[in-house]
Design a protein around this ligand. Sequence first.
Ligand SMILES: [Zn+2]
Length: 407
Amino acid sequence: MPLRIYSTESGKVETFQPRTPGKVTMYICGPTVYDLIHIGHARSYVVFDVLRRWLEFSGYDVVHVQNFTDLEDSITKKAKGLGGPVSEVTERYTREYFLDAEHLNLKKATHYPNVSENIGRMIEVVEGLLDSDLAYERDGNVYLRTGSDDFGSLSHVDLSTTLVDDIQPDDRRENPFDFIIWRRAKKGEPSWSSPWSDGQPGWHTSCFVMSTNHLEEPFDIHGGGLDLIYPHHESVMLISKAHSKKRHCNYYVHNSFVTLGKEKMSKSKGNFVTVRELSEEYGGEAIRLYLLKHHYRTLLDYDEGEIREASEEIQEMGRRLERLRSHTYGSGSETDLSEKIDQERSRFEEAMNDDLDTPKALPILFGLIEWSDSELENLSKDDVVGILDAASQFSEVLGLFQTPVSD
Ligand SMILES: [Zn+2]
């Protein structure tokens, strides 16, 4: 049974068909490196890590690109506050990201591009768009025209009404939805010389270039949090249409938010809980389990009590797994559970293929461990080996029990 996954673009759960048989290419919008990541960010990285693990388990060769945004106002502000160069901030928080990623047991992406190392191609893309008259320059800023009918086809909103309040007033635009693909730098900001101004690429230009530097369009999956649908992914899609004359990607996949007191967790609002503080207190696997107990498309209101429970559950399951692994056999029993194990495998696969239903897949793994532990004295050695084999495959997919358990 193939994977079925929800496509933001079609608004439906679709059967996943990779562009090239046996291979999946995915680009995940990564962190802006100026602070520690919070649990809302972690949700996105864990979800796409599980998607990748599931695709690999299903036999695909996965190319996974995740960028670092190392050029942004918040980074410049932080560097100013600290009185050091921007690179000090970005290098430090890139390192901190990798430390958190290790605690969360995220697999390493195939490529980690960042913005500042790709400016040359970003300028070329802006030049190309200006040459084809799809973009225009005003006072050192370059804008992409958004007049086409299908702008809004990803976010499914009537841009003429719904989002107009979100648009920053900018008199220089022909249309309030036109967006910046190159902007003149303000004093004190990092800048690169270009034919239009000493400036910086726009955010959407950056992700367009970082994704297409590594992946041929249309690639398979573009992922990130729901808040990236508009304007970010919608705009990257339009840059691609204008520049490459191709579809940018085939499946847009978005995870829902983590809220705190019913408000979206966000650094800018100051209402967030970092992965660092939680992993120090409960361990990274507990955070991972907590996140995966909720389907990636449901809104998750943060509850520390649930992480505490997840931490206890991880330890308890880890101990049971250890007992299974270290069990020695006496006279041995004659059970044959291969049929039961096959059934559990099918149920697990069905749950994962059903739009990555981790809340359904987790109890299959935990139920198998619990049941086998309680029946251990009655099981044959072959059955325990079979159960451990299935449990370790499910755990690998979910990214759990990958580190030794301490009592
Ligand atoms: Zn992006």
